[in-house]
Design a protein around this ligand. Structure first.
Ligand SMILES: *Cc1c(COP(=O)(O)O)cnc(C)c1O
Length: 398
């Protein structure tokens, strides 16, 4: 018997839950793309995007997903043969490095595995040995596969401590609009983010924020191509140059509404909401894990993302649990990404819960209660009443 009809919760994580307000804002006739309301609205979006990124720098908009913004960032900063240092704490840093290599940039990966943050001593040691070749450090704030959250301010501190002039480039795809991020205060030169996670807009747009220092790198970068060039996009002589072609009209209306929702709540309150909901989730999983094999992938609370939680089920019943939640109860959990080989039996041991963007206490408590029912249904041993522990967190902190 399926009980899944009703409002579903896509917790895969990303694309995230679409707010009705965003969907309604997109449901309109096609606007004129030459003059009038649309160009005026887009001009107003830029400072609002910058304030979510906490920067006075520049913001280029692209019609693409997150992978496209990876390519936009690297093509504007580098020439073939340049070297970038990539501290990796999960799947996504490797993806960004792959994009860089494909356009002729050399990458050196410092791999810190799947359960740890960046070892800043190791990073400093490598930067100190540099003979002037490393042009940038490319890192991910929240790795969506492992759910580790790296301390970007500390990363900048480490680069400064050894006096290295490299650009600091950060992927905030799974953290912007969920976890604190301060582009200027933390000395970030380039930041990339897609529209479909904390920004609560359908996939199909991405943003590259960059500093004046990064723009000076653009001056000599030979990887940059006409389409990916960020310069006309931040200072467009004609409206179409924002996008190098037709504007993503309806996405822009959706984004306008999503930004209004963030502004109405207040960015700091958005971060705190994600923090409290994340703590409720951890409390539930820690309780379930007190008896039986379940375990959160990241042990140290200070290193856990507030937008996504990667779980080690410690049993092949992880996949069965995910299937049960989706087909019986309307909760779609994410697969474990990059945690085991596709065909290995361990592939079934992992799943993730996305809790980014348009999520509130009743959704999270509902999701956790669903997971608890699923644990019982598939027979995965667990400590009692994780939901009760989550409820205590919500009761104490709301
Ligand atoms: C989702 C995600 C990406 C990729 O975004 P796409 O839109 O799927 O290309 C990159 N990095 C991180 C950290 C992500 O979470």
């Amino acid at each position: 018997m399926s009980l899944s009809n009703g409002l579903t919760y896509l917790a895969i994580p990303g694309p995230s839950v679409m707010p009705d307000r965003v969907l309604r804002a997109m449901h309109r006739p096609a606007p004129n793309i030459y003059y009038g309301a649309l160009p005026e609205m887009v001009e107003g979006l830029i400072p609002r995007l910058k304030s979510v990124a906490r920067t006075e720098g520049h913001c280029a908009i692209y019609i693409c997903n997150g992978h496209g913004s990876w390519e936009a960032a690297v093509s504007n900063c580098f020439s073939p043969g340049d070297l970038v240092l990539v501290p990796a704490t999960g799947r996504f840093a490797h993806g960004w490095a792959e994009t860089a290599r494909a356009i002729g940039v050399e990458t050196e990966i410092l791999d810190f595995g799947k359960r740890a943050t960046i070892d800043l001593e190791a990073l400093k040691e490598r930067l100190l040995r540099d003979d002037g070749r490393i042009k940038a450090v490319m890192a991910v704030q929240t790795d969506t596969s492992t759910s580790v959250r790296n301390d970007i301010a500390a990363l900048r501190g480490a680069m400064d401590a050894v006096g290295h002039p490299a650009l600091l480039m950060v992927d905030c795809m799974a953290s912007l609009g969920c976890d604190r991020f301060e582009m200027d205060a933390w000395g970030v030169d380039v930041m990339v983010v897609g529209s479909q996670k904390g920004l609560m807009t359908p996939p199909g747009m991405a943003f590259v924020f960059f500093s004046d220092k990064a723009d000076r790198a653009r001056e000599t970068a030979r990887c940059v191509t006409h389409y990916w060039d960020w310069r006309p996009r931040v200072d467009p002589p004609m409206f179409y140059r924002y996008f190098n072609g037709t504007a993503p009209t309806h996405h822009l209306y959706g984004l306008d509404e999503a930004l209004s929702m963030i502004e109405e709540e207040g960015l700091e309150a958005v971060w705190t909401r994600h923090e409290i909901l994340a703590e409720a989730i951890w409390a539930a999983f820690e309780q379930w894990g007190s008896e039986g094999p379940l375990e959160l992938n990241i042990r140290d609370r200070a290193l856990r993302a507030h937008s996504v939680t990667a779980v080690r089920a410690g049993s092949e019943k992880g996949t069965a649990l995910r299937n049960w939640c989706e087909t019986k109860a309307g909760l779609t959990l994410g697969i474990g990404l990059g945690m085991a080989e596709d065909n290995a039996p361990e592939w079934d041991h992992f799943f993730r819960l996305g809790h980014m963007g348009h999520v509130n206490a009743q959704m999270i408590l509902g999701a956790l209660a669903t997971i608890e029912a699923g644990l019982k249904a598939v027979g995965l041993p667990h400590g009692p009443d994780g939901v009760g522990k989550a409820a205590e967190v919500i009761a104490a902190r709301a």
